[in-house]
Design a protein around this ligand. Structure first.
Ligand code: MIC
Ligand code: SF4
Length: 641
């Protein structure tokens, strides 16, 4: 029996376990990436592991999230990241060089290699045929220290692309259609592998748009084959020596196959407040739009923005609509500047932002109250844009540009003849903002500012866990809900005591206070608890507040791993009625937790209501040991003794 592409790469990197869906495997990691919002913690954790130099083939530290520098905090983090990278053998991509996923695709991604990144959109590099996975910073630190990455062997879902897109139908519309069909939890426990003739209809950056938003499906990762289109892109980046052809065997088997006929697609949008609330632009209708934001790791490639510039050329942005554009990388920005496309955007009235995440993570450009913002990004969770009452629609760059001109949501097919944009034969290559590590690392001094506080460490697991139910939430709670980002909170990423004050602050402003008063306790969650970002702060800050366990109907992959890494037990309800009858304020007790963890079921007593109920978990003996030690860092240290 032939193998599919994901199985081939996993097999080549398999260190432990069997490639049977559902069983734990460990894979060797060739490359890592971090960004500044998760990177400071990741490098503090790496330092705590006491390894003199990273053991990966390549590790890159990007600064792209926190670049507003409204105070000393971000600037201090950047300086710390620069010096720590230089000392430990890590490449440092300076602020201004671009969004990590875009730059990694351009300059570092290699077909067939593995990449672990402390950002949930790391699978963007799957557009290049890489097995690229998002994880918490501590897992990335462990990989830099030479440890394999542990994960549950996913099922492989093949999405067979047939047909050819009609004019003005974008790669974004392809992934929005998949989100419409599969929903935000449809990819959980799966790798999505693209195959079929339709693959040839997509350039590498277009494939990357699709693999990028596999994160919104909850997938472990997404991957495209590496073919002559990949080779062309690598040639244009002067990196053809990195190319290897890669595809599934002709008789490869998959756990599941679905087909998408590209010819049937039309321009789509995800409506507020979820990336899977997808409908056609036609059905949504010409709603008034106050702001359009074009950029992010999903849709800010050279070809994306060249088409936007061509749409805007000679026209003006609607007088009641704001347009902001943040190119994905310095390469893209400089090419647009040199060929005149940037001038066309400026002349049309676009506000040009830095080559960073910017508005995508609420770092500026919050839209007005009760407004509509159309964005080419990947997430539209409530409040993420910085304005709780705003509604964010996710669309393609073509739809966004047409909308900016008309002031109402517009189907780009109304623009008339399709504008073809050629992929350049050569991109402008200038890696001078990627600083290689020092060759004299012993001479490098790591500079820490006052905002960089030590990482909190949890004690070993006690015999009995008891406490109050501090909060009960519903389904699809995001890590943005648990640990919000944005211009006010993001600068505190390297200061856990300070950022912990904001845990669940958009859902319940008193949460942190209540948690502290009660010396921690429990959280009750619904389905897909912790979807979205990889930020381990959504586990680390609750750990700091004393959260002992989260009892939910189901968990998102990265967040569950982060909970374990910080010694919080992820427990799953067996009976729906137990979720129903638990209330905030109920006192719970779990006796003999250590022994109980090794069994299949765990009994929890509700002291307030006088009943007991059973929950379960899928923790392997290794993960149980991590929990017993109080988290991964303690576990790694105990193994190195
Ligand atoms: C996001 O898109 O939510 C982020 C900000 O990139 C996060 C990482 C973080 O919170 O630092 C992610 O996607 O993992
Ligand atoms: Fe940055 Fe947004 Fe991409 Fe996250 S999703 S890496 S915030 S651009």
């Amino acid at each position: 029996m032939g193998k599919n592409l994901a199985q081939k790469i996993i097999e080549q990197h398999l260190v432990k376990g069997e490639m049977k869906p559902g069983s734990e495997i460990a894979i060797k990691i060739d490359q890592t990436l971090t960004q500044d919002a998760t990177g400071t913690m990741a490098y503090l954790q790496f330092e705590a592991m006491g390894i003199p130099k990273v053991k990966t083939e390549l590790s890159v530290s990007y600064v792209d999230h926190n670049t507003l520098q409204t105070g000393f905090e971000n600037a201090d983090d950047h300086r710390f990241l620069r010096t720590v990278a230089s000392k430990y053998g890590i490449y440092f991509s300076r602020p201004g060089n671009g969004i990590c996923h875009q730059v990694h695709l351009e300059r570092f991604a290699v077909p067939g290699k593995t990449l672990l990144g402390s950002d949930s959109h790391t699978p963007t590099a799957g557009g290049m045929g890489m097995l690229a996975i998002g994880a918490g910073g501590l897992d990335v630190a462990a990989a830099m220290a030479g440890n394999p990455f542990y994960l549950t062997m996913p099922k492989i879902l093949c999405i067979k692309l047939t047909g050819k897109r009609s004019p003005w139908v974008s790669a974004k519309d392809v992934i929005l259609e998949i989100l419409r069909r599969l929903t935000v939890k449809g990819g959980v426990g799966k790798i999505i592998e693209y195959a079929g003739e339709g693959v040839k209809d997509l350039s590498v950056p277009e494939r990357a748009t699709i693999t990028n938003m596999g994160a919104e499906l909850g997938a472990t990762t997404s991957i495209f084959p590496s073919d002559e289109i990949t080779l062309q892109f690598l040639k244009a980046q002067k990196r053809e020596s990195s190319w290897t052809p890669l595809s599934a065997d002709p008789d490869a088997e998959y756990d599941e196959v679905i087909e998408i006929n590209l010819s049937e697609l039309e321009p789509l949008a995800a409506k507020p407040h979820s990336p899977d609330a997808v409908d056609t632009i036609g059905n949504i209708g010409p709603i008034k739009v106050d702001q359009v934001a074009i950029g992010s790791c999903t849709n800010a490639s050279y070809t994306d923005l060249m088409r936007v510039a061509a749409i805007l050329k000679g026209k003006k942005v609607h007088r009641e609509t704001e347009l902001v554009i943040s190119p994905g990388s310095r390469q893209v920005m400089e090419m647009l500047a040199r060929n005149g496309a940037l001038a066309d955007m400026i002349a049309a009235g676009a506000r040009i932002l830095e080559t960073t995440c910017g508005p995508c993570i609420g770092m500026g450009q919050a839209p007005p109250s009760d407004s509509v913002s159309v964005r080419t990004f990947n997430r539209n969770f409530k409040g993420r844009c910085g304005t709780a009452s705003a509604g964010v629609y996710l669309t393609s760059p073509e739809t966004a540009a047409a909308t900016a001109l008309n002031g109402v949501l517009t189907d780009p097919r109304e623009l008339g003849e399709f504008i073809e944009i050629e992929m350049p034969d050569t991109f402008l290559i200038d890696d001078s903002m990627i600083i290689p590590p020092s060759e004299e690392s012993e001479k490098v001094e790591i500079i820490r500012g006052p905002n960089i506080k030590p990482i909190p460490i949890r004690e070993e697991l006690p015999h009995t866990l008891s406490g109050t139910t501090l909060l009960k939430v519903g389904d699809n709670i995001t890590t943005d809900d648990i640990m919000p980002a944005g211009a006010k909170i993001l600068p505190l990423r390297s200061n856990i005591p300070a950022i912990a004050e904001y845990v669940f602050s958009n859902i319940d402003p008193d949460f942190a206070k209540r948690a502290k008063e009660n010396k921690g306790g429990f959280i009750i969650g619904g389905i897909n608890y912790g979807q979205g970002s990889s930020r381990e702060h959504a586990a680390m800050a609750p750990m700091y507040l004393g959260i002992k366990a989260v009892i939910a109907k189901s968990f998102a992959r990265i967040h569950k791993a982060n909970l374990v890494n910080f010694g919080i037990i992820p427990l799953t309800f067996i009976a729906e009625e137990d979720y129903q009858r638990l209330e905030q304020g109920d006192e719970l007790i779990i006796e003999n937790i250590k022994e109980q963890l090794y069994g299949e079921k765990i009994t929890i007593k509700n002291l307030t209501k006088g009943f007991s109920f059973e929950v379960t978990h899928d923790l392997t003996p290794r993960l149980i040991e991590i929990i017993l030690k109080g988290g991964l860092l303690n576990y790694i240290k105990s193994k190195n003794k």
